[in-house]
Design a protein around this ligand. Structure first.
Ligand SMILES: [Zn+2]
Length: 235
């Protein structure tokens, strides 16, 4: 297993072997297995992954094994992710409504009569996520603004249907709040991506060079994001 990939929880396992003359890829239960001859460099593997990505996406969408995706019902025992970690939903009755993350649990306190009301639970959870997304993304954007030396005009938190963020030509950055469910490295990549659009308002080579300067392994994160986006839906 390639250490670099392991570090980012990327669902691809790379096996370097002398037994193989050409590279191959297979979709296993929860990850792709890529086998390459020993002499193949990590950069060459990156290129392979890029070349294979549309095939990989197609394969995933066809695969039944991959759909570990839950349809949220907002009931006890369901898993909800925050910054890449899963927490189990535990609904309790209480005098006030509140949410607390504690030792692997999303503890939700609602009035006795709302314990089975998924609309109430969903609303509470989404408010919690939006709040945390706001704080977290503001801080991260501030941090990376200083590093990259750019200044967005405004930062907005909303919910997009089919993208995680955007940067308008006059410098307004928007993020889709469910991104807060994803691993921190993915959020960092998104923030850097949008901030780099303040310098390059397109997806040219120059733009990706800028992104790479601050997130050298951005290709892995981008790919991870494409493959896992569905797991961060909040519907
Ligand atoms: Zn972009």
């Amino acid at each position: 297993m390639n250490k670099l990939l392991e570090k980012f929880h990327f669902p691809i396992e790379i096996i370097k072997t002398n037994r193989q003359k050409t590279a191959s890829i297979k979709l296993k239960k929860e990850f792709f297995e890529i086998r390459v001859p020993k002499h193949v460099s990590n950069n060459q593997i990156k290129d392979l992954i890029i070349n294979w990505s549309s095939w990989m996406n197609k394969k995933l969408s066809e695969s039944k094994n991959y759909s570990i995706l839950q349809t949220n019902k907002y009931k006890n025992g369901e898993k909800f992710s925050y910054l890449g970690r899963n927490y189990i939903l535990k609904i309790n009755s209480g005098n006030t409504t509140s949410i607390k993350l504690q030792s692997g649990f999303f503890h939700i306190f609602v009035k006795e009569q709302d314990i089975n009301n998924s609309d109430v639970i969903k609303l509470l959870l989404s408010k919690w996520y939006i709040n945390h997304a706001q704080n977290y993304l503001y801080k991260k954007t501030d941090l990376y603004s200083k590093i990259i030396n750019v200044q967005p005009k405004s930062i907005r938190i909303k919910k997009y249907k089919s993208k995680w963020g955007s940067c308008s030509s006059n410098g307004n950055i928007s993020y889709s709040w469910p991104i807060i469910m994803s691993p921190i490295k993915i959020i960092d990549y998104l923030v850097v991506h949008e901030l780099c659009h303040l310098i390059e308002h397109n997806h040219s080579n120059l733009f990706w060079q800028k992104v790479q300067k601050y997130v050298p392994d951005y290709i892995f994160r981008k790919q991870y994001m494409n493959l896992n986006s569905k797991n961060w839906l909040f519907d």
